[in-house]
Design a protein around this ligand. Structure first.
Ligand code: ROI
Length: 160
């Protein structure tokens, strides 16, 4: 099944953290990394007294079930010594399962599409880079509809 993973970091060399996590995604069992977006820098959503974030999105093809995949993502976070200092605060690495095929899931551990996707320009923009504004967000219509409502003025691509 095709799935999308959102990556974010704003601590301990965020660009390196995101690249390390992308490399780790390639090692997930029964899973192929199909494409990765550019890296993007944006101010924090949430408390403003924290560093800017680096974000990216990866497109994968996985034979794992959604909860198994989630577990693999959490393992990568642990490997990279994820520290989370406060709610909506700074973190070394965050891997979110954004979409899994066209599944809509409401499970205590996993909601799909990822809640918050619609107002997060740092998710929508890299998703659009990978799959276009016509990408259907299950139960929510095309990605472009949500991107239009976002403020894109403060997000920039990181020059590689
Ligand atoms: N803000 C930005 N810009 N990028 C993120 O990845 C991010 N992640 C979060 C919160 C704290 C909501 N803010 C963010 O979890």
């Amino acid at each position: 099944m095709h799935a999308y993973v959102g990556l974010g970091s704003n601590l301990d060399h965020p660009v390196g953290q995101v690249r390390t996590a992308l490399a780790a995604l390639e090692e997930v069992p029964d899973t192929t990394l199909l494409a990765t977006s550019s890296l993007y820098q944006s101010p924090p959503m949430g408390p403003q007294d924290q560093p800017d974030y680096i974000n990216a999105v990866a497109k994968i093809d996985s034979q794992l079930e959604p909860l198994q995949l989630l577990q693999q993502l959490q393992q990568i976070e642990q490997q990279q010594g994820r520290v989370r200092k406060r709610h909506w605060g700074e973190r070394t690495i965050d891997l979110d399962l954004l979409l899994y095929g066209d599944e809509v899931i409401d499970h205590p551990q996993l909601q799909l599409p990822h809640p918050g996707i619609a107002e997060r320009v740092f998710v929508l923009l890299p998703l659009a880079e990978l799959s276009g504004k016509g990408l259907q967000l299950p139960g929510m219509g095309p990605l472009g509809k949500w991107l239009k409502q976002c403020d894109c003025s403060e997000i920039v691509k990181v020059e590689e």
